[in-house]
Write a protein that binds this ligand. Structure first.
Ligand SMILES: Nc1ncnc2c1ncn2[C@@H]1O[C@H](COP(=O)(O)OP(=O)(O)O)[C@@H](O)[C@H]1O
Ligand SMILES: [Mg+2]
Length: 313
């Protein structure tokens, strides 16, 4: 097997918000993981667990309280010159949940999409700029007639396509999609996911795909990380996470996915997660441990043994 190239290394990243001492919000509390080139890493967890903060801290919208991120081996939070920062900002783009709030209602679609082209001087003249906009519109399944319109003239799914075109305009390598389909009708969600998959394939993009439940991430993610109160509690290949969820919180998230079969749906039991079920002794180190190659769970040494036994049985 070809050795996978690490595009990003997130190391012991912490983001504490000081909302007036002593009220400190540990939005992310020491998370570490890698993102490989060309993959989609799904990041899942309930609202408020720190997913957006993770995305924003990775791209340095916030300074990290502790820890660092390495993009192609280079520190993101370390000292950077203006030109290095500009280059970094072009390599990484974001797509947001609410495509209406994130698109300026007073700007024409062409100017929204061309924002990055202008900032990074990617077109030599106005004609080239518009050619790029037209081509981007077509890439995301819209057409050149849409260039002169305003965001309110589009449906939610179309607006998300505009958001994707804007992100693609600067030819990024890595895209953080922060709940890009959560605000869309279920029928539209699959279309946007399929478009993102197609673009990934064509352009060799790497995604961090954030979602608050486990229902759609399965279709786009190669691996999935589960977050709970600022910590990563499980990380595994997508198939593996669905077939062998080990952390009780992951199990509770999976039990919440509605099933298409009404018979199953009637008998479905929602598992609730009780964090006090862990009962750690003071000296026990609770960290991410590898239960099986590539499958990590946040646990103590004792729990690791329990999880490994679960596998053998
Ligand atoms: N700028 C901020 N200032 C203070 N607290 C924040 C800020 N951003 C997020 N938080 C808090 O950090 C926690 C994680 O938030 P967030 O990353 O938005 O979660 P998620 O995206 O998983 O819903 C929440 O408790 C939230 O209230
Ligand atoms: Mg969020």
């Amino acid at each position: 097997m070809q050795k996978k190239e690490k595009l990003l290394e997130i190391r012991n990243l912490k983001q504490y918000f000081n909302i007036g001492k002593p009220n400190e919000v540990k939005a992310i509390d020491g998370i570490s993981f890698d993102i490989y080139k060309g993959e989609t890493l799904g990041l899942v967890g309930e609202s408020g667990c720190g997913k957006s903060t993770t995305g924003r801290t990775i791209i340095r919208l916030y300074d990290a309280t502790e820890g660092d991120v390495f993009f192609k081996g280079e520190s993101v939070h370390g000292k950077k010159s203006r030109s290095e920062l500009k280059k970094f900002n072009r390599s990484i783009q974001m797509i947001f949940q609410d495509p209406y709030a994130s698109l300026n209602p007073r700007m024409k679609v062409s100017d929204i999409i061309a924002e990055g082209i202008d900032i990074h001087n990617l077109a030599r003249n106005g004609k080239e700029r518009m050619e790029q906009v037209y081509s981007l519109l077509e890439t995301v399944g819209l057409n050149r007639e849409h260039a002169n319109r305003y965001p309110h003239e589009f449906s939610g799914g179309q607006r998300q396509r505009i958001g994707i075109a804007r992100a693609l305009a600067v030819q990024p390598e890595f895209i953080i999609a922060d709940e890009p389909i959560s605000a869309l009708d279920v029928s539209i969600q699959a279309q946007v996911v399929n478009l993102m998959k197609k673009l990934q394939h064509e352009k060799g993009l790497t995604y961090l795909f954030i979602a608050h439940d486990l229902s759609m991430v399965k279709y786009i993610s190669d691996r999935i990380g589960v977050m709970y109160f600022g910590k990563l509690v499980e990380l595994a290949p997508a198939e593996e996470l669905y077939s062998n969820p080990l952390h009780p919180y992951t199990q509770s998230l999976l039990s919440a996915i509605p099933l298409p079969d009404p018979e199953f749906e009637r008998t479905r039991r929602r598992k609730t997660y009780d964090p006090s079920s862990h009962q750690y002794a003071d000296h026990e180190e609770v960290i991410m441990r590898e239960v099986k190659p590539g499958h990590f769970v946040h646990c103590s040494e004792q729990e690791l043994k329990k999880y490994q036994a679960q596998y053998k049985s």
